[in-house]
Design a protein around this ligand. Structure first.
Ligand SMILES: C[S@@+](CC[C@H](N)C(=O)[O-])C[C@H]1O[C@@H](n2cnc3c(N)ncnc32)[C@H](O)[C@@H]1O
Length: 246
């Protein structure tokens, strides 16, 4: 299996430490705790859990939660948070998630877009399917390509600076570096005012359309139950609610 190599923004220890401060309030997460309630999920796999905010929220409601991510630095941040000991943390990309017999697997924060090739996406879906109990659910979000988010990104909002406890002032700059649809690449540049260090992170995401998603899910044995909106980002996202066929 090819090892997943996460972007520096998740994998570089200095960037992982400031990730939540730039990510802002997580207005996206209540919809996912609501879905876990709605589906009666007691065992949840958070694939691509990053710094663990959702995994910890879900474990705080008494669920058995596995948070898996290929970025060790993000998992270190997750493990340092209050409530983290209630989660089982696994250092693995989606293709390497354990067979957890989970009722529900989630991929929030547009994790589904990190899989650039058809083969990587199919492999992730297969491994997550194997981590679910029969008829278990996979719920994930991905940006709607017709919304052309990269155009808004390119218009840019300039630099953002945060004063982060224990770190100091950090400036974040963002630029779109390439649009080769369905792939969009961008770079974050962080300047740490405390010591002048500059650290960059390059990312590429894939924008898949609804039909492509539906057929790739069907090919890996998932039934699409519903495609919802993300309540905090109406019109921007597909939220796929799917179920393992058997
Ligand atoms: C935008 S973050 C979202 C993190 C988290 N789900 C959240 O909502 O805060 C994307 C995450 O995908 C992870 N990632 C990158 N490659 C991955 C892969 N092959 N399998 C699973 N996760 C991956 C990154 O390490 C990062 O934590």
């Amino acid at each position: 299996m090819r090892a997943a190599v996460p972007d520096a923004i998740f994998a570089h220890p200095r960037l992982a430490r400031v990730y939540d401060a730039f990510d802002g309030p997580r207005d996206d997460l209540p919809a996912y705790t609501g879905i876990a309630d709605e589906l009666g999920a007691r065992r949840v796999l958070d694939a691509g859990c990053g710094t663990g905010t959702l995994a910890i929220l879900l474990a705080g409601t008494g669920r058995a939660v596995i948070g898996a991510d290929p970025a060790a630095a993000s998992l270190d941040v997750a493990r340092s948070k209050d409530g983290a000991s209630a989660v089982t943390w696994v250092h693995a990309g989606a293709a390497g998630v354990p067979r957890a017999h989970a009722d529900l697997a989630v991929m929030t924060g547009n994790v589904a877009q990190v899989f650039l090739t058809d083969a990587d996406w199919a492999q992730a879906l297969r491994a997550i399917g194997a981590a679910l109990r029969p008829r278990g659910y996979l719920v994930f979000e991905t940006r709607r390509p017709e919304r052309r988010a990269w155009e808004e990104w390119a218009a840019g909002t300039g630099a953002v600076t945060r004063d982060i406890p224990g770190v100091g002032r950090v400036e974040q700059r963002f630029e779109v570096t390439a649009v080769n649809l369905p792939l969009v690449s961008f770079r974050y540049t962080y300047t740490f005012r405390a010591d002048g260090a500059v650290v960059t992170s390059d990312s590429t995401l894939r924008f898949r359309g609804r039909e492509e998603l539906e057929s790739s899910l069907a090919a890996q044995g998932y039934e699409v139950l519903e495609v919802r909106q993300a309540p905090d980002r109406p019109g921007h996202e597909f939220v796929f609610v799917t179920q393992r066929s058997a």
